[in-house]
Design a protein around this ligand. Structure first.
Ligand code: AMP
Length: 371
């Protein structure tokens, strides 16, 4: 793309439209405000956490065309904070206003099978997998892949929802029942040394900026904590960055995207999944980097230059899940950066907030992983 063909950046005073009103939308809104930009949140959830910090909001169904058209009229560019936006919604909006990242990024990442096929076509390694529809196909897939394995619905899964582990052949039927026969993917369970992720951004001009990869610990398939630096070797860090760039370029992506990895003992990296958005494992960038993942996404979709992603501190981010948020008083007296998402109801497994603890880098500022 030539410079002349680039859309003008959205100037301060302009409005970013965001589909989805959860904590990611809330933190995107706060970051936009720092740059003098406004946000308009569109969510089907009454009292969505992001409504409280945005200049405007629409509470309507994602397929309500009149509301979508009004929303598009009010904003300069449109983005989203969750990947399960109906594709029809994005297509409808994209005809009215620039929508970033585009429909292709959503189509690939909404479907675990399409995503794994896309990665493998690019030569990017994943766990062994097979698409599964019905129990005969599932038995054949399990015979080919072996156990232990994990069955996941192709669509609408997050935080371990729509997943069942299979330790031996006898558990296949109950696993299929637990996902109610939905189209699925069967994956070999990876014996990983650690999980990590790479949060990166691609600008409208094709520029690219990556954060240091955090090491992520999950509990009951929900992210519990992220820590930088990770235990990845420098070569793995470089490989993870190159993989994220390959994916972003292949999708002509604009915005922040996150690639989740399994790192194996032998130095290998397997991609678990791609999130076409800012990510929970990147929350530490709010305090440990000059430009956070949230500001970076706003910069990218608004057509601004990407900011500096380098890290000036080591960081540990811990999620507050369910009733853990009741510890806010004690945490508020600790030397941590506390974030509470303004959710009215505590529910088990619900992400209510997080906190980040910083510590000095061992080496010079802006250092690479492993310092
Ligand atoms: P996902 O929804 O695919 O991100 O899975 C949630 C979590 O389940 C991951 O972060 C892993 O901890 C675990 N998990 C998912 N797929 C696999 C796999 N193929 N092998 C090992 N662990 C997995």
């Amino acid at each position: 793309m030539t410079l002349a063909a680039l859309p003008l950046p959205v100037a301060p005073g302009g409005t970013i439209g965001i589909l989805g009103g959860g904590q990611l939308g809330r933190m995107l809104s706060l970051a936009a405000a720092r740059l003098g930009l406004k946000t308009h949140i569109y969510s089907d959830e009454a009292g969505a956490p992001a409504f409280a910090v945005s200049a405007a909001h629409t509470h309507a169904a994602y397929r309500h065309e009149a509301s979508l058209a009004d929303f598009a009229r009010d904003v300069d560019v449109i983005t989203f904070e969750f990947e399960n936006v109906p594709s029809e919604t994005v297509e409808f909006l994209a005809a009215l206003k620039p929508t970033r990242p585009g429909a292709r990024a959503l189509a690939v990442t909404q479907d675990r099978l399409a995503e794994k096929d896309f990665l493998n076509r690019l030569g990017i390694a994943t766990a062994r997998y097979a698409g599964v529809a019905g129990s005969a196909q599932a038995r054949a897939a399990l015979a080919a892949i072996g156990t232990p394995a994990i069955l996941k619905t192709r669509r609408f899964g997050y935080d371990g929802k729509g997943q069942a582990r299979i330790a031996g052949d006898h558990e296949l039927e109950s696993a299929l029942e637990s996902i109610h026969g939905a189209p699925a993917i069967l994956e070999r369970l990876v014996d990983f040394a650690c999980e990590c992720s790479l949060v990166a951004a691609r600008g409208a001009d094709g520029s690219f900026a990556a954060y240091d990869p955090p090491e992520n610990v999950h509990r009951e398939q929900i992210l519990r904590r992220s820590q930088v630096p990770s235990r990845l070797a420098l070569a793995q860090h470089a490989e993870a960055t190159a993989i994220a760039r390959t994916i972003a370029d292949a999708l002509a992506y604009v915005g922040v995207l996150t690639v989740e990895f399994f790192a194996t003992e032998d130095g290998g990296l397997l991609v678990n999944e791609i999130a076409p958005r800012v990510h929970n494992s990147g929350h530490w960038t709010l305090e440990a980097c000059m430009v956070s993942q949230f500001e970076q996404h706003i910069r990218a979709v608004a057509g601004w230059p990407l900011g500096d992603p380098s890290r000036h501190s080591n960081a540990e981010m811990v999620n507050l899940i369910g009733a853990e948020a009741e510890e806010w008083k004690a945490l508020s007296a600790q030397p941590v950066a506390l974030h509470l998402y303004g959710k009215h109801e505590i529910r088990p497994g619900r992400k209510m907030g997080h906190f980040t603890r910083l510590s000095p880098l061992a080496g010079p500022p802006g250092g690479a992983a492993g310092d």
